[in-house]
Design a protein around this ligand. Structure first.
Ligand code: PLP
Length: 243
């Protein structure tokens, strides 16, 4: 697998979570570091974006040095990085890509420049197999004020599909209520719901883990739907073990 993402010095999210999740499915991770972040679990102190050409070079050599079964993309930090990543992906169109559209840390610190959202949606999403926004990310990506209701999720998800994303998994973990429901949206099929009883615990990096686990399962030839089902269970098991 190839993980294109940022480091998190606290170990709560980012690349270290990606490598852990991917290893749990028996795969090795080649990495392209997009940014170095200094974080505690409470705040983002520093974000140092890597030069876009350095990110592209890491991707090219990772893809040359190893047979890559899938790519997971997390934090991208800047518009120039998105352009660089997209241009390398265009040369490897057969490798499935899962994009976790990381906009901010749970603590609130920004992890993507605000003016990069349009490029992320229009240039990168069409090159991916699956996009995995949470409810807040979906609203921000689609310029919507309203977060959370199922009607809004379907409407906002449709905006990303219309922009060229082939499939969108909207994660309900930041919602409320007894059930945490993720919804898989694709252009020509009915929405597929993945329901689980909400767990009352906080664990950082669950978005990183989910996208990495889905990508690992795609690399192992599972379908998108099966990958989502098994990855969700994997993340749930991790949350239930958290202190
Ligand atoms: N830091 C980095 C480098 C990340 O890639 C991510 C998410 O993907 C986060 C922080 C956000 O994680 P959390 O929401 O757990 O703060």
């Amino acid at each position: 697998m190839l993980a294109i993402a940022g480091s998190d010095s606290s170990g709560g999210a980012g690349l270290s979570r990606d490598v852990e999740a991917i290893a749990a499915f028996g795969l090795r991770t080649a990495i392209a570091v997009t940014a170095v972040t200094v974080q505690t679990h409470q705040q983002v102190l520093t974000v140092e974006a890597m030069p876009p050409a350095l990110v592209a070079d890491q991707m090219r050599t990772a893809l040359e040095a190893n047979p890559i079964g899938a790519i997971k993309i997390g934090m991208l930090a800047a518009k120039g990085t998105i352009d660089a990543v997209a241009s390398v992906l265009r040369a490897h169109a057969n490798v499935p890509v899962v994009l976790d559209p990381v906009l901010a840390a749970s603590s609130g610190g920004a992890l993507l420049e605000p003016d990069a959202v349009a490029v992320l949606t229009h240039d990168l999403m069409p090159l991916c197999r699956l996009i995995t926004p949470n409810l807040q990310e979906l609203a921000l990506l689609t310029g919507s004020r309203s977060v959370g209701s199922e009607e809004e999720v379907l409407r906002q998800g449709r905006i990303l599909l219309d922009a060229g994303a082939p499939a969108v998994l909207v994660k309900g973990g930041h919602g409320s209520g007894k059930w945490s429901t993720d919804i898989l949206l694709r252009p020509d099929s009915e929405p597929v719901r993945f329901e689980a009883l909400r767990l009352n615990r906080q664990l950082r990096g669950t978005g990183c883990m989910l996208a990495s686990a889905i990508a690992a399962l795609l690399a192992l030839d599972a379908t998108v739907e099966e990958s989502v089902r098994r990855a969700k269970q994997f993340v749930r098991d991790n949350i239930s073990r958290a202190e």
